[in-house]
Write a protein that binds this ligand. Structure first.
Ligand SMILES: C[S@@+](CC[C@H](N)C(=O)[O-])C[C@H]1O[C@@H](n2cnc3c(N)ncnc32)[C@H](O)[C@@H]1O
Length: 245
């Protein structure tokens, strides 16, 4: 994601509008550039994969399905929160059916970008913020809820975690993948108002004013397990299983 490095450098050198709303505009601008020219300036491989109608449902999520009541359910209901214009979660699993929904608060803007670029995504992102999932989906309605590199772009990540947990079926999983402490890295500019980090297997959400523990906030119905991603520098993975009570 080279353009983001330039954005960061420009922000550090010249300053500019660091508000959350300006961050949303930058995000839309980033995706317009990223999807132009078949993703050449972003990642041709990611572009190809995300446009592929046979984009594979990943092994690490297959493993979560196997460890949940969805092991014997058809279709498996999956939600990608903060999906961007092209979800990074696959949906093709030979012998199984995956019903993938994708949401993002910028969905309408993304629709405009996709239309201008004459792109039809295999899964259309619908409009919803992570904080408001229950206004769009009933409680307990997904087997797996994924959020990748987006929770720390939201205004209220704790509310997002609560809502992701609420729309997860008992026995199902919330799967989170993020870079640790991005707000510190980005100087609390634009969308980066919160840091996510690992502490004794818990996931903590913190900034200069507050600190929240997912274990404390979600209580006994949640089993929270956060680890460093051994394959990606500075990344952490959190798996939260919703106990069947
Ligand atoms: C860095 S992109 C990641 C997109 C995608 N998950 C991926 O991995 O390519 C961050 C996304 O978070 C979205 N976002 C911002 N605020 C959000 C919120 N409150 N709830 C959910 N997503 C949000 C942005 O619109 C953007 O699409």
């Amino acid at each position: 994601m080279l353009p983001r490095i330039f954005q960061r450098l420009r922000h550090r050198l010249f300053g500019g509008d660091t508000s959350y709303d300006a961050g949303l505009e930058n995000e839309a601008h980033f995706w317009r550039q990223a999807l132009a020219d078949g993703g050449k300036r972003w990642s041709p491989e990611a572009f190809r994969q995300r446009m592929d109608p046979e984009f594979a449902f990943p092994t690490h999520l297959q493993e979560l399905v196997a460890a949940s009541p969805a092991a014997s359910r058809d279709p498996i209901r999956v939600l990608d929160v903060g999906a961007g214009p092209l979800t990074a979660v696959g949906f093709h699993w030979p012998g199984r059916k995956v019903a993938l929904s994708a949401v993002d608060p910028l969905a309408e803007t993304f629709d405009g970008i996709l239309k201008d670029l004459q792109l039809t995504p295999p899964v259309r992102t619908q409009k919803a913020a992570g904080e408001d999932l229950l206004s769009v989906f009933p409680a307990d309605s997904f087997d797996i809820v994924v959020c990748s590199n987006a929770l720390d772009h939201s205004r209220d990540p704790l509310q997002c975690v609560r809502q992701m947990f609420a729309v997860t079926q008992p026995g199902g999983w919330v799967f989170l993948w993020h870079y640790r402490n991005e707000a510190e890295e980005e100087g609390y500019a634009g969308l980066h108002q919160w840091n996510l980090d690992e502490a004794d297997g818990d996931m903590v959400l913190w900034n200069r004013k507050a600190r929240h523990s997912c274990r404390v906030e979600l209580g006994n119905q949640a089993v929270v397990d956060t680890r460093v991603d051994p394959q990606v520098s500075r990344a952490i993975v959190t798996r939260i299983q919703k106990r069947v009570v």
